[in-house]
Structures are given as structure tokens and as C-alpha cells.
Design a protein around this ligand. Sequence first.
Ligand code: GCU
Length: 431
Amino acid sequence: MRKSVGVIAVLMLLVGTMGFSADFPDAASLPSRPELPDPFVMLDGTKVSTVADWNAKRKPELQALFQNYMYGYLPPKPQKWAVEEVLFSDAMFMGGKATLSESRLAFFGPDLKHRLYVLLVVPNKRSGPVPVFVGMNFCGNHALADHPSIHIPDGWVYKSCGGSENDKATEKGRGTQADVWNLDLIVDRGYGLACFYSGDLDPDTADFSDGIEPAFYKPGQTAPAPSDPGAIATWAWGYHRVVDFLVEKQAATIDPKRIAAVGHSRNGKTTLLAAALDERIALAIPHQAGCGGTAPDRVAIDRKDVETIRRINTVFPHWFCDNFPLFNEAPDKLPFDQHCLVAICAPRAVLFSNATEDQWANPDGQFEMLKAADPVYRQFGVGLDATERPGLRKLLDSRLGYYIRPGKHSMDREDWGIFLDYADKQLPAAK
Ligand code: GCU
């Protein structure tokens, strides 16, 4: 008989190193289930029917299942971390409307050579700690604002980033993503933003040697084990470390009870995983996240109009753990679908936002995932307050939320207006 989930959860906490995998069956021996798995039914077939059993048994089992078969187990929190340096703090940012600062975080036990740079903007006009978004960016913190003091990433950056030369960021990139992050809008609406660059932890290349992953290998280990983290799990770990920073070092300025996580596309997949594994995240906005995040895994494997597991694992072999491609030809064998990742977040707020020209991310399938997560939310008395996908530009702002606008795969000012409206509605009230 397999060990109880409680024991597994405790073991995971105790072992806390890579290469550990729960006592789950091999992918090949899992049964086919073409229908969406019932979120209340445990892997051994027993059904949970109370909130207490959901919280104590099924939720931790799902957290382990997603890590085991799809994303890989997140690295543990290092025994120690520190703000190694506050690079600068500018209280005159935006003509004195906000304070912009950047902190360099260091991690020990294991000792990481990587540093995480956290850019923090907070409105100066505030009557108490403010709600805050945590976001992961594609191009480096310096891309968010044309400010001379912001650190420029030392390592690899995407070729598509403004100012990128030979895969490295340059001065020319400053402020090139200002219209993606819209700091002025966030500040005007009374929110803060803490942002970090994914590549500080693991550059988005099919190679882990430049990321933090090897620092967590067991003695003698030279390559990832089948359920060691892919890039998305590693980046989700980054969200958690920024939340540590906010909760443990910034609680006078930001409100630890009002932390929202946001990310676009591959960063949105990361956002949902980060929220599913960290209760401190009160609200999640996986924006246009699609396959491997908010869209169903169970789509016909030969579909060309939406992304499939086979396609994502082929083009981006490093995003997920090595167990995940075992489901390329048989997504029906997965013991979960993405509605279960949402369900783990219950009763916290989750908004799926989309665009009509981004069919690749399967906006209709995403709505089905919310519908299928709804029964779990209903146990907590909240959920998805619609049975049909809302029309264009109509924000469904229930605890499970949905939004779709015309236009392309991007994150823009209109999207931020919606994110802020949704956060106003769904974050807990200030104390
Ligand atoms: C590709 C990929 C998507 C991903 C997107 C992005 O299109 O297929 O899964 O979401 O890149 O991150 O922009």
C-alpha cells in the first residue's frame, strides 16, 4: 500500500532535497481517464467530502501529484537568506508619487551563487501598508522603468528584449517594457509592485547548468532526476522568495494579507503554480497562460489550433520535469487536469484573462477549467458566478474570475486596468 499523503508531505518537508519523489506509480501504469478527473477523488479512489478532508488529504496529494508528474518538486527554501544590499531607494520616483528601490537577495544552505534582484515600487501616498502585486518579468528589472540605478541582468536574456545584444541586456533596454508593467497606473490605484527577472534564477534555455537547479542536487547527482524541477517550478520558487522578502522585510510598507501574483504566458503558468503552492498569495492572475498552466491538458493530441502537451514538451523541453513528456501521447493518463491546480487555490481568488487572437492559449478550454474547479470552491461558499464564458471586455469578477478582450498575446495597460479592478474586488479589505 502506498504511504499516506500526510507521511509523504512530512517526508517532503524533512528531505527537502532534489531527487526525492513521492511514492506514486509510474506514468505508464496510470489508468486512462479521458474525462476530467473528479477533483474530490483521491488517487486511490476514495472520495473526500468535507473541507477538513480536502485540506488535510486531497489538497496536499494534488500538490504532490502536480510536482511529481508535471512541474517537478520545487527546491526547498534555503536555510538562510538575506538582503545582501539595497542597491538604491528613490523616494522621488514619478515626480515624488512613489518610492522605487531594488534589493539583492542572497541564499545560503545550500549557498547559491545566483542573486535575486527585487525591484519594488510603492506609492508614497498611503494611510497604511498597501496591497502589492508580485510579478516575474521577461527582460530584466531595468526594462520596467527608464531609471539609471536599476540593475541590468548579468546573464542571458531573450533576443526579443529591447536592447538585447548577443543574448545580454544593455543600457538600451531601460524602460522598454514600461507599457507592459504600467507602474504609473499601479501606483495611482494605490498598489505596490515587486518584480523580478526569471533569468536571475534560471535563464530560459534548454540547459540547467546556468540555473540554480544543480545547487540542490544530492551528492553525486549530475543531471535532473525525473521529478526534479523544470524551469517553471524553479521560477515559482522565485515568486515564493519574493513573498518571503515582502512578508519578512517589508510588512511596514506592504500588506502581507494582500499579495497578488501576476505573470504573462510562460510566466503566467508559473504564477498559477506559485499560488497553488503558497497560501500567502491571496490572488493569482495567470494572464494568457494556456497549455501547461490554465488550459486543459486533455485536448486531442493532433490539434493544431491550440497548444498540446506534446508540442510544449517538444519545443520547450526544459519547462517541465522529465516525467511530463511521458504523457505526450496519452494526456488522458494524467491523474489530474489543470482545473485541479486551480482547485488547490480554493478559496483564494484566481482570474484567467485572455485575448481573442490568442487561441493558442485556448481561452474556451480555460473557461472549462474554471467550471470544473468550481465545485471545490463551492465547498467554501464562493466560486465562478457564470455558466457561460462572459462576453468581450466583460470582467467576471467572482472568486474564480474570467476576462477576455479583443487583440493579441500581450500584457498591456487595458489588462492592468482589469487586474486592478479584480484585485479591488477580491483582495481582502485593509485592516
Ligand atoms: C509559446 C508557448 C506558450 C507560451 C508562450 C509565451 O507560445 O507555446 O506555451 O505561453 O510561448 O510564454 O509567450
